[in-house]
Design a protein around this ligand. Structure first.
Ligand code: PLP
Length: 533
């Protein structure tokens, strides 16, 4: 074996080495007050003795004949730390930023590079390197999955090509004949996946109100393997008690899965409440800029992690390197974005609740839900999120309101820096057949962005005034695409000039005209001034 190469011996489990290195600061005595310290130190010394003080991950080899794991375990699931019991001394805002995404890169770049490759050259025909094929594993994806695992306190996190691919993977943990209990109020795409895909594959799908623990307890059968919910739920913002649901689920040896898309890890970490699987549509708050789609599955249990890794590889649903890079970038500002948007949300919810044309406001803040629901929500998360839904008592009023708002763009999705608005029945939840839908038709869902709240409040007031009036629908007059009243540079030819000069002649004469400094000094009148109103 060449110098510097490492071959794992019996005692050194490949999957634990990075763990040991990552946690060495604890075993070194800084901050660890639990467990048998001397045993931990001894174990670490043993690992150090076997692999040396520093490890060059690019030199790791997995000899095919002597490896103890199955083929599908490596390199499908490259070595990575288990963050399930990780105690991070940093505050959430810092955790989003302080993360070394590529400690093994020889150049140690400050940001994780995009490993835009489908394949990795193997050390020999009888050994695997840490990566072999991007569907199975890619360093940019590992970096994203590690950072997400750290934020969510997960044994491992997995990045998928969309939130739906992540949710699909959760349902793939079920076999024919198994049952999944699902909250009555969930994202329309998940409803479609369950009722029109899983159910056709022999999985029994039962809807239940997960805010009602008695109803859930009654609904559990020996076939139940997963309970799946959202808290707050999309779009009616119902709150489920995740701690109590987890206890109930575990009493029946059932897994609890939570789609926490509305509650990014900077405000809620459901794995710490006992939840087994946390799913995100990363398209929302992890991106934050509505520029890429992705999904995440985070798990507490290493065995479950291996199963999810297997499915990610076997079904080819993993996220591509470029998108991983975008999400890594998005995470850095996640705390800032979410906090700013939450501040706006509180003010907007207050204003909506006071408005005479708004019937009911739903959001996990004062006035947006019952005091008991608010107590539960506050006990499991540190913020209200950035989504509000409300009813107006009239479908046409809701439509006129949305059509008139200019800053709240009529768009599905949420979690972007821009404010958005939509009507779930005809947009995000339209895939639920009308006869099965229990949503009010006049329901409007707003996703509050990071704009100045004064602009947002003014826009909402204007749209509500318009919706209350008898005026015909406004022309589309978006803020960001029309600038007719601003001076144009260079000035277009006047109508009379056009027939006499070709455009190139005219441009040339403009270029040869007075210099900018002459215009600034006032020596020559600025032609653009004529355009100012
Ligand atoms: N989960 C929730 C709560 C959602 O709102 C969405 C999409 O809007 C999804 C999952 C699906 O995510 P994606 O669109 O990234 O597939």
């Amino acid at each position: 074996m060449a110098k510097g190469q490492l071959e794992f011996q019996e005692e050194v489990d490949a999957a634990r080495i990075e763990n040991a290195m990552w946690r060495s600061w604890k075993a070194d005595g800084s901050g660890d007050h639990s467990g048998d310290h001397s045993a931990k130190t001894e174990k670490l010394e043993r690992v150090r003795g076997s692999i040396g003080d520093s490890i060059d991950f690019s030199q790791i080899r997995y000899p095919q004949e002597t490896r103890r794991c199955r083929y599908d375990d490596l390199p499908t699931f490259p070595v990575r730390p288990n963050f399930a019991g990780f105690e991070n001394a940093l505050q959430p805002a810092s955790q989003c930023v302080v993360f070394d995404g590529c400690p093994e890169d020889p150049y140690h770049p400050s940001n994780t590079p995009i490993y835009q490759t489908s394949t990795f050259v193997q050390p020999s025909s009888s050994e695997f390197g840490p990566y072999d094929y991007t569907r199975s594993g890619n360093p940019t994806r590992t970096a994203l999955e590690k950072h997400v695992a750290m934020l969510e306190h997960a044994a491992a996190a997995f990045a998928f090509s969309s939130g739906m691919a992540a949710l699909h993977t959760v349902t793939r943990l079920l076999k024919q004949g198994d049952e999944i209990l699902v909250n009555e109020d969930i994202y329309g795409g998940m409803h479609r996946l369950l009722t029109q895909d899983c159910a056709h594959n022999g999985v029994q799908v039962t809807f239940v109100d997960t805010t009602n623990l008695t109803a859930v307890a009654k609904a559990i059968t020996p076939k139940t393997k997963i309970i799946h919910t959202e808290s707050p739920s999309n779009p009616r913002m119902k709150i489920s008690d995740l701690r109590k649901l987890a206890t109930l689920a575990h009493q029946h040896k059932v897994l609890l899965s939570v789609d926490s898309t509305m509650m990014p890890p900077v405000i809620c970490q459901p794995l710490l409440l006992g939840v087994d699987l946390v799913v995100h549509s990363a398209t929302k708050f992890f991106s934050g800029h509505a520029d890429c789609t992705g999904g995440l599955v985070c798990v507490r249990d290493p065995e479950l992690a291996h199963r999810v890794a297997f499915l990610q590889n076997a079904e080819g649903t993993a996220l591509a390197p470029f998108e991983c890079f975008l999400f890594l970038r998005g995470i850095k500002t996640m705390w800032l974005r979410v906090n700013r948007a939450q501040e706006n949300t509180v003010q907007i919810a207050k204003a909506l609740a006071k408005h005479p044309r708004i019937k009911e406001v739903f959001y996990p803040g004062p006035g947006g839900c019952s005091s008991e629901a608010l107590r539960i929500h506050n006990s499991q998360s540190s913020g209200c999120g950035c989504i509000i839904s409300f009813t107006t008592g009239s479908v046409s009023f809701s439509r006129r309101f949305l059509d008139a708002s200019r800053l709240f763009k009529t768009t599905v999705s949420f979690g972007s820096v821009n404010s958005l608005g939509e009507m779930p029945c005809t947009m995000s939840h339209a895939s639920i057949p009308a006869e099965e839908r229990t949503l009010p038709a006049d329901l409007v869902r707003l996703s509050v962005g990071i704009e100045d709240v004064r602009d947002l409040l003014q826009d909402l007031q204007r749209a509500l005034d318009f919706a209350s009036s008898q005026k015909p629908p406004p022309e589309h007059d978006g803020y960001d695409s029309r600038f007719e009243d601003l001076p144009v540079v260079p000035r277009p030819p006047d109508e009379e000039e056009r027939p006499r000069k070709s455009l190139s002649e005219w441009l040339l004469s403009e270029v040869e005209g007075p210099s900018t400094s002459q215009m600034l000094s006032g020596a020559v009148p600025n032609p653009n001034d004529q355009n100012k109103h």
